[in-house]
Structures are given as structure tokens and as C-alpha cells.
Design a protein around this ligand. Structure first.
Ligand SMILES: [Zn+2]
Length: 239
């Protein structure tokens, strides 16, 4: 095979390999995304529930204040009993007493209702905190695995970079410029094999003459349709 063509095939392979690392690294990073999203959503639920508990506690405290007021009022009413002058006054006082007692019982009911709610919310909160803890542990484990995998990929990629740099030392500048020009639009498919007499870049059939030239591999042949550099694939690659 033409020396330059051989180098071009090799360079193109290195460039293809290097490009393939980025999606692999992204794929590793994405393994964490779902777990981070879940942890985020649990965290927001936790703060929402905590706010609800605060609200309920403030309501309970207001009811307790009200209850204390009602009890004072009831004490005052019972003291008034000693100074009653007539039946009318007695009836009015009894009515007031009854209403106050009703209000007390209502306030007590409300406090116990709030207590039940607070208790169930606090249980829910504990559950959520446990869940978040588990999620965080899992994230830490995955983080270690992901970091290791990315480090390994970066190491491999640097090796390919080094091989590429070594190859470029021997490269002819004109050939390199020629390659870079095609690569600008063809990306990693600037140098492609010919299969069944068709260019593997544009998939168009090439003429018998062009095909014969590719098989001979004595010079650099461009696809007559798309301009990519063509080469004859070795058997093992095709398999
Ligand atoms: Zn082509």
C-alpha cells in the first residue's frame, strides 16, 4: 500500500477512536443523573413536609393560648356565682359558662387533631430522610465507579493521542492539510474503505477504473462522488 495512504488510514482510525471517547465519558456521567434527580426531588419533599409541620405546630400553639384564655374565663365565671343577685343573672351566667365549656372542648379537639397530623407528618419526614440517606450512599458508590471509569477512559484516550502525535511526526504536511480539509465536513469518515465496489462514506458505487486503483493501492484515490479518501479494506476488518 502507498505509504501516505497507509498513514492516512491509520490517522483516521486514531481520530475515530479519539472521538468515540467523548460519548463514552458522557455515558458514564449520565449514570449518576437519575440518582441525583431522585435525591433532589426527595430533598424538596422533605423541606415541604418540614414546612407543613411548622405550620401545624404554630396552629397548635395558637390553640393552646386560646385554651388558656378560655380556662381563665371559666375561673372568672365560677367566681361570679357568689355575687349573683337574681334568676336572670344566673341564667345568663350559666349560658356563658356553657358556651365557654363548649369552646374549651372544641379547642381540645382541635389540638388533638393537630397532634395526630403532626405525628403522621413527622413519621413521613423520618421515612423521607432515611430514603435520602440511602440515595446519597448509592450516589457516593456510583460516583466512585464513574470517576474510575472516566479516569480509565481518559488514560486510554491519552494513549491514542500519543500514538497519533507519533504518527504525525512522520507525516507529510501537504497530505495532512489534504486530510484535514476533507475531515472538516466528513468528520471521522474522511478515510473510508470500499465495500462491494461502493464508497463506505456516501455508499455510491465507484467505477471499475477507480475500483482497480483502490485495489492497487499505489496512489491515493478519492471517491469520485463525495471526495473521501478510499482504501481497500483488509479481510479481517470486513469480518
Ligand atoms: Zn463517496
Amino acid at each position: 500500500m502507498n505509504k501516505y495512504l497507509e498513514q492516512l488510514v491509520q490517522l483516521s482510525k486514531y481520530d475515530g477512536k479519539i472521538s468515540a471517547y467523548e460519548p463514552k465519558i458522557e455515558n458514564e456521567k449520565s449514570k449518576l443523573t437519575l440518582f441525583l434527580q431522585t435525591a433532589d426531588s426527595i430533598s424538596s419533599t422533605i423541606s415541604a413536609v418540614a414546612n407543613e409541620i411548622e405550620d401545624l405546630k404554630s396552629k397548635k400553639s395558637k390553640n393552646n393560648t386560646h385554651l388558656a384564655e378560655l380556662k381563665t374565663k371559666l375561673d372568672e365565671i365560677s367566681k361570679k356565682h357568689n355575687s349573683i343577685q337574681n334568676e336572670k343573672e344566673l341564667k345568663a351566667l350559666q349560658l356563658e359558662e356553657e358556651i365557654t365549656k363548649e369552646q374549651i372542648s372544641f379547642a381540645n379537639e382541635e389540638i388533638s387533631r393537630l397532634d395526630t397530623l403532626i405525628e403522621s407528618k413527622e413519621e413521613n419526614l423520618k421515612e423521607l430522610e432515611g430514603k435520602l440517606e440511602g440515595e446519597k450512599e448509592e450516589i457516593n458508590e456510583i460516583q466512585v465507579a464513574v470517576d474510575n471509569a472516566i479516569e480509565e477512559l481518559n488514560k486510554d484516550r491519552n494513549e491514542v493521542y500519543a500514538q497519533r502525535a507519533q504518527l504525525l511526526e512522520k507525516f507529510d504536511n501537504k497530505i495532512l492539510t489534504f486530510y484535514e480539509k476533507i475531515r472538516r465536513w466528513a468528520k471521522d469518515a474522511a478515510v473510508v474503505p470500499v465495500r462491494k465496489q461502493a464508497c463506505c462514506g456516501c455508499y455510491m458505487k465507484i467505477s471499475d477504473k477507480a475500483y482497480a486503483d483502490v485495489l492497487k493501492a499505489e496512489e491515493i484515490v478519492n471517491c469520485p462522488h463525495c471526495g473521501r479518501i478510499l482504501y481497500k479494506e483488509v479481510e479481517s476488518e470486513e469480518a
